[in-house]
Design a protein around this ligand. Structure first.
Ligand code: GDP
Ligand code: IMO
Ligand code: MG
Length: 428
């Protein structure tokens, strides 16, 4: 089983970090293929808790080579501080590989992210303010700065000047912001160059060779399917493709090389930032999910919006990603509810709709149609097999599997590495 993609099936924060870390011991490479330090991936190993933003979660497994692919946007200051933070905790980060084609988040991209959001006022996206969207915009506009540009001072200056020509006009005239000085940006970026140079490699070549040799390569998505710029709830999305196809473009690996696509699926639903969310709860159940589930953003510290499980979204994730498996996380959080509502369809303008509406306005009006499933009260955090789960928890998982269109191959019953029930191996 050489190549697997592991991605978020909802709006992010499904538990991808834990799932990736769990597999880390059995894989040779873990590759981030999109996004940047907008991600916040929590990994709990024994009594140690790690919050990773830019680095692949496989970095915590000693045998695994972590890779930042060409599709990622890299804030060099964040990269270096995350590396030194891990080094201080005794984690060896020396195997890291970074694509020279990955784009750099510059200080002016962060400025543009923040002023744009301010300008949008109540129509804002609720971005993480890390410069993600403006950096991808520069990439598509062909005015981006790439990791490899750090190693050629005159090219770097030319590219930064070209990017700022236009941007400074906008900053000054539209946003009433002072102009950014190209030389200062270049000086700051060059300050990172020597520390980054040793990690830079032709990651596409290395990964394709690895797959051809039968090594196991895991592509770790950031964010989630509904935050995908093409397939998500546009414009309330991130600016990259977390969906499975993004692994191909964001790492330079063809679709024929990918054998398995695992969707990480929370047993309920959460979302950070603005945008439609049909099963969102504004009552004490929502508050209970937030409290019991610890639903607070790892990156921005914002409370996550919480709601019941939405099978329409899960089916959609199966479709647009070609999912082969689900990893259902946080089942333990639902312990204690007498009955658990699950959204099986939407009602839109009086009509029952089974699939995610293609039209944005329809999705904004979608009302969840709930089916009630019986709950359980037994502690499930120590369960090691499906059979050890209470009957109603088993029935909940089976019902979700039937509605969602792909087998549930693992179940998370707690944040720790070992708090997982494996039903089918991901590596067969
Ligand atoms: P990611 O962005 O998809 O990696 O997810 P986050 O790390 O942002 O959020 C998931 C949270 O749930 C983290 O605090 C994890 O430690 C935690 N978590 C993951 N799986 C489980 C699980 O099965 N049960 C519980 N209770 N917590 C989990
Ligand atoms: P992980 O990998 C949840 C959301 C932001 C905002 C929108 C756009 O931890 O699942 P951006 O800064 O990317 O331009 O913000 O996307 N967002 C996330 N929500 N989990 C994430 O990552 C997210 N990364 C971005 O809240 O609504
Ligand atoms: Mg997260």
């Amino acid at each position: 089983m050489p190549a697997l993609v592991l991605l978020g099936a909802q709006w992010g924060d499904e538990g991808k970090g834990k799932a990736t870390d769990l597999l880390g011991g059995s894989v040779d490479y873990v590759v981030r293929y999109q996004g940047g330090n907008n991600a916040g991936h929590t990994v709990v190993v024994g009594d140690q808790k790690y919050a990773l933003h830019l680095l692949p979660s496989g970095i915590l497994s000693p045998g695994c080579t972590p890779v930042i692919g060409n599709g990622v946007v890299v804030d060099p200051a964040v990269l270096l501080s995350e590396l030194s933070g891990l080094n201080e905790r005794g984690v060896d980060t020396s195997k890291l590989l970074i694509s020279g084609n990955a784009h750099l988040i510059t200080p002016y991209n962060i400025t543009v992210d923040k002023v744009t959001e301010r300008f949008l006022g109540k129509r804002k996206i609720g971005t993480t303010g890390r410069g993600i969207g403006p950096t991808y915009a520069d990439k598509i506009n062909r005015t981006g700065i790439r990791v490899q540009d750090l190693f050629d001072e005159s090219i770097l200056l030319q590219k930064v000047e070209a990017a700022l020509d236009f941007k400074n006009q906008v900053l000054a005239k539209l946003y009433n912001h002072r102009a950014v000085v190209a030389e200062q940006v270049v000086e700051e970026m060059l300050g990172y160059a020597d520390q980054i140079k040793g990690y830079v490699a032709d990651t596409t070549l290395i990964l394709n060779d690895a797959i051809d040799e039968g090594k196991v390569v895991l592509f770790e998505g950031g964010q989630g399917t509904l935050l995908d710029v093409d397939h998500g709830t546009y414009p309330f999305v991130t600016s990259s493709n977390p969906t499975a196809g993004g692994a191909c473009t964001g790492a330079g690996v063809g679709p024929t090389k990918i054998n398995r696509v695992i969707g990480i699926l929370k047993a309920y639903t959460t979302r950070v930032g603005a945008g439609p969310f049909p099963t969102e709860l504004f009552d004490e159940d929502g508050e209970a999910l937030r409290t019991i589930g610890g639903e607070r953003g790892v990156t921005t510290g914002r409370d996550r919006r919480c709601g019941w499980f939405d099978a329409v979204i899960a089916r959609y994730a199966t479709r647009v990603n070609g999912l082969t498996d689900f990893f259902l996380t946080k089942l333990d959080v639902l312990t204690g509810w007498e009955q658990i509502p699950v959204c099986v369809a939407y009602e839109i303008d009086g009509k029952r709709v089974e699939e995610l509406p293609h039209n944005q306005s329809d999705f904004h009006h979608a009302k969840p149609v709930y089916e009630m499933l019986p709950g359980w009260s037994e502690d499930i955090t120590k369960a090691k097999s499906f059979a050890e789960l209470p009957k109603n928890a088993q029935a909940y998982v089976k019902a979700l599997e039937d509605m969602s269109g792909a087998p549930i191959s693992a179940i998370g019953v707690g944040p720790g590495r070992d708090e997982t029930i494996q039903i089918n191996s991901f590596l067969d």
